[in-house]
Design a protein around this ligand. Sequence first.
Ligand code: 8YV
Length: 335
Amino acid sequence: MISVLMPAPLPPLIQDALDARFQVHRLYAAPDRDAMLRHIGADVRAVATGVPILTQDVSAPLTGALMSALPALEIVANLGVGYDNIDAAWAGANGVIVTNTPDVLTEETADTAFGLLLNAVRQFARAERWLRKGQWLEGQFEPTASLRERTMGILGLGRIGKAIARRAEAFGVKVLYHNRKPDPSVGYHYCSSLLEMARLCDILMIAAPGGPQTHNIVNREVIDALGSDGILVNIARGSLVDESALIDALREKRILTAALDVYAHEPRVPLELIAMDHVVLLPHVGSASHHARDAMSQLVIDNLFAWADGNDVLTPVAETPWRRSPPRNVSSRGL
Ligand code: 8YV
């Protein structure tokens, strides 16, 4: 039976399907993880994982060092479109396929982004808290900012960024975007620098991948460029934003507000943010509907089953573009 390592707990749909076909080793449940890896590491041919938000365990990322301890490893199947929890460059250089779960969560995540934005602009969550406290009996909830006459700058116009842009258009919000390169398939105005885009917009919508290349790119200068009416929405990864610069800007009212689904050190959310009533905070629920999560889980299963059957995997990531076995010129570790 094929040995599969599960470093962090995954949804029951995945657990049940993998248990029926593979020998699953649950690293997170082992009393001594190093001992488990020493014991079964040489047999592991596949890893099923997800970003560590599904557990309290922030040590779940799949580093090159961890993958090196698995000499027979052929595939890592990730639950999530983002895979900054996996050292995919190492996998690409070492003949290990990495798969993710694109498309099936795009619309759900774009809905969440827009929910965050509407909540931030119109302060719906704060208005509801106000009602529940009985304050309506004492007066009217004060008027809020508006979505009218706003410009949204999307950092990362990928699949999710485009789905957010479509929603923005429907709401009459002008769209700009910043990517590494212009995308000829869209008509939105391209900004070659993030700072330039931040100067031109008053909603910064973050939808770009996490990882070392984007670490803290939304810094104090970018945040300040949004202006005092500016709103920052992050649906991507906390690592893109300099969290203390954001907290300072909010505290000093250099921007209007922020709406966040993701944080630098999940599941820990800075107390300074929690204390700010006008800031919208969600617990990384971008794709967390049954509809999207079941489809994501099924894609993890389908990728692993396709590989185990000797067929093409469905959704390999860019760093490991091969669908079945690595090309000959990839330095493999005896695969
Ligand atoms: C999931 C996500 O919450 O897809 C992603 O990149 O961040 C979310 O959709 C997460 O991946 C679940 O493991």
